[in-house]
Design a protein around this ligand. Sequence first.
Ligand SMILES: [Zn+2]
Ligand SMILES: [Zn+2]
Ligand SMILES: [Zn+2]
Length: 473
Amino acid sequence: MSRAIGPDLYADLVEVASKEGFGEWLSMVRATGGCANPIHLWGESRTLDVSTGEVLRQRDEGRLLVACGNRRASRCRTCSETYRADTYQLIRAGLVGGKNVPNSVRNHARVFATLTAPSFGPVHHFLETQAGRYGRCHPHGTVQCHVRHSPDDLLLGQPLDPTTYDYPNAVIWNALVTRLWPRTVQLANRQSARSLGISQRAWPHLGRVSVAKVAEFQARGLIHFHAVFRLDGPQPGDEPPAGATADVLTDAVHSAAQSAQVIAPLPIFRPVVWGEQLDLRTVDGDMMTDTQVAGYIAKYATKGAGTAGTVDYPLACRDCAGLGRLPGTEAARCRPCHGTGMRYDLDSLQITPHARVMIDTCWSLGGQPSLEHLRLRPWAHMLGFRGHFSTKSRRYSTTLAALRSARRRWRTDEMLRAHGIGAEDADNVIVAGHWTYAGRGYSEGEAVYAATIASDLAENRTLARQVEEDAER
Ligand SMILES: [Zn+2]
Ligand SMILES: [Zn+2]
Ligand SMILES: [Zn+2]
């Protein structure tokens, strides 16, 4: 910790450590993995063996800390690391099997795709010519920029000419990409059937394209998707239809991405389609191994919207959901936001000028009755995108919930084993208790202890991973 310890913090550190039950508190924090913002519950519980009435574990009335479970690394490093590891397992199981996914999926055709938005106007970009050397940003066009941007230049992704940038269509694109995606998957199925000479009616009984994807913000404030497509039989364990090669799948995804479109709610907007920049790679081919793909997707799953220069919390007033008037009324002005629908003063937020205009555009379009269903104001902080950051089709792989409950079950089994109870008798064990919400987070001093625990545990994980990797070699 490089920060100097002030007298207040010092006093708090001493006070926390001298409180009764400090040791128990430390082990509770350790059980959350050193979560940065845990939920506090107050209550008690007992674990009983109902066949004998024996109390296996008694937790007296007191405080319990529960990990926040936040996906974003900007919110909680610990919980986002758990999320990243689980996403990795989930994507990898879908690629090679394991975790209740049959191992035979590794022989199915698999394609890793990156799908991006079209252009809404030229933006500053960097060109890598040779290692460490960059080309000029934009030597052609009406507005020119001759700067050699480096990859960390804050100008990257910002429009060259904000006055001509097509903000309304950019926002509508973010809002409707959540419908463009399922349409693309549907077309990939249709095209696969066509290439294999199977009728659309027979296809669901013979084959299926399973998918998993994560969304990520580009610097220009538009969403793009990293996705795995896998060509299966009707169920993941079934043989794929004859001739279902990686080439068939690549062609099907390519044609789906080129033809998929969603018509915008008003004719003044462009139809929503994918951009020309489409990257398709065969998994297992010369380009990418399944481990690389899983790692890549997992890394993006924990990113927030920070890369797009916006914030990761809603900006709309909570009382009126951004309407400015009370729901169900035409005139009654919402008091908490003074009728603006805004929860914050945008000038006080750390957002880029580009993100600011995207947010303003969400606000003005979101006020149009014909666009209200797109909920642009409640999702203005996401620049109009209101989808999930990671999704998968039901048959692709296991679920995050299944991985979490497996972890919980493992802990319970440990406890039962300690009491000499086998898995076959576990049905006789119940947990009875009641808990109420009692706040969040830490005091300044507590946060220091929690951060220390989090970094110790992170170090242990890194060591364990190294041992595992060495063993695989
Ligand atoms: Zn957490
Ligand atoms: Zn430039
Ligand atoms: Zn309001």
